[in-house]
Design a binder for this molecule. Sequence first.
Ligand code: PMP
Length: 397
Amino acid sequence: MKIENPNPLQWRFSERASQMQSSFIREILKVTQQPEIISFAGGLPSPATFPVDMMKQAFDKVLSNNGKVALQYGPTDGYMPLRQWIADSLSTNGARIVPEQVLMVSGSQQALDLLGKVLIDEGSRVLVETPSYLGALQAFSVYRPEFMSVDTDEHGLIPSSLDKVAQGARLLYALPNFQNPTGRSLSVERRLELVETCARLGLPLIEDDPYGALSYKGDPMPKMVAMNPEGVIYMGSFSKVLTPGIRLGYVVAPLPLVRRLELAKQAADLHTAQLTQMVVHEVIKDGFLDQHIPTIRELYGNQCQAMLKAMEEHFPAGVTWTKPEGGMFIWVTLPKHINAMELLDEAIKQKVAFVPGAPFYANEPETNTLRLSFVTVAPDRIHTGIEILGKLLAARV
Ligand code: PMP
């Protein structure tokens, strides 16, 4: 029997699904994955940093010693020894975080969706930085909030500007370390002020921190969750310090919220794979990250320097950019009349790609901005790519 389906398919999607938009970056990545393109577009960590052998040995060990547990269903909240490790590593400066506050998730991206599900109703006010992480805007959008942009300056989010927008807000989403997309970090003073202000306003403060460990020089900055574990929701990830392919992240929150997130996660995927949680615990439990992370910092620091140097050399006056001290991104501001989307069309013709800044804005976009990622391109190609961009810019300033 041959079954005929209507063409085009006439199924009715939910209003929610009808409004979903693909991430602009994922769309660009489709174009830029061709090998001849010098791509500063992706937000991918460098595969040179992936500890393949360590992972291989750990998979082998976990499967040999504990295979029956690793391959079984597991608890929704996660693998206890790993949750304990995370709680201990965040219990700094006198703060005490208990493993029950840690929920393991399938990449910290899942935490954004779960937080949206648990904290946002249609029309709820959600406070975000300008610009902010596109994947968070995308995740929260599904729950149809009213986004409000909090004022920022060259030092990041301005805590004193919160009072005027926080009325009735459900959450503030903040990226204090080497922000995606700008590479900026918040000073210790601003962190303290932010934590105090949110506590005073009764506003849940989300601290999204996948890049915090990747400072090129000096110790990582203090975490806001350690300043106030009862008022901050912390999101961490193994994507940038081990590998993103294992899809392992975590959210740390006050107990009543963790319980809600756990229920939301149960409905979404029951739990994050036991096997990967056990393998990651096996890899990190004896201090592996203490040796591994410095190698990532060194590589990324050098790559960043290569890009900054090339920009100094080739970008015309009138173009400005951030000088990150860690992480994976540089943010560029062009003269107002240059539209980065149009520049991208020209750049792709010359085999260079970047991400225009507009999609990172929840509200009014600044179309003269763009994000450059430097970690996956070799220094000589960084130089060539920046030179090409510099020529395109020089013709427009
Ligand atoms: N937050 C930020 C700021 C990010 O840049 C990313 C990844 N690009 C994520 C969250 C999600 O990371 P993952 O799901 O891989 O943990």
